[in-house]
Design a protein around this ligand. Structure first.
Ligand SMILES: [Zn+2]
Length: 134
């Protein structure tokens, strides 16, 4: 499920089944079995994740995407969008495939968050959320 604030200015278009739709009308978006089509253009943008508290970093993603998905009623639909909505779709679809945004960081960006990430992983180890490497 995705909910981008309706006044978000990074989103310049939303098309549901090919029809221009106001962002507010498209939210919240519940999508099942998504199939992602990347646009050609790429964009950098800052991301964070509820699964990785307090860590934010720049991630390179497709600027615009098209996603075919099913609704809760089993209806097949498409959504096309750019900006934060395109980024959120890629982030969430990555989650479904077991990929976190930190897996998509450039080498430089990884260095920038390395210390924070190490500290988080130690905490997770102590809490038994991930296996201990010691
Ligand atoms: Zn996330």
């Amino acid at each position: 499920m995705i909910e981008v604030p309706p006044d978000d200015e990074s989103v310049t278009y939303v098309r549901l089944n090919g029809e221009d739709t106001p962002l507010a009308e498209a939210m919240p978006l519940i999508f099942l079995n998504p199939k992602l089509d990347h646009g050609k253009e790429k964009a950098m943008g800052e991301e964070g994740c509820l699964s990785i508290p307090d860590l934010r970093s720049e991630v390179r993603r497709s600027a615009g995407v098209k996603v075919e998905y099913q609704t809760l009623d089993g209806e097949t639909r498409t959504i096309e969008a750019d900006g934060l909505l395109a980024r959120a779709l890629q982030h969430e679809i990555d989650h479904l495939n077991g990929i976190l945004f930190i897996d998509r960081l450039s080498a430089a960006a990884k260095l920038g968050v390395r210390r924070k990430l190490k500290r988080l992983m130690l905490e997770w180890e102590e809490d038994g959320l991930i296996p201990s490497k010691r």
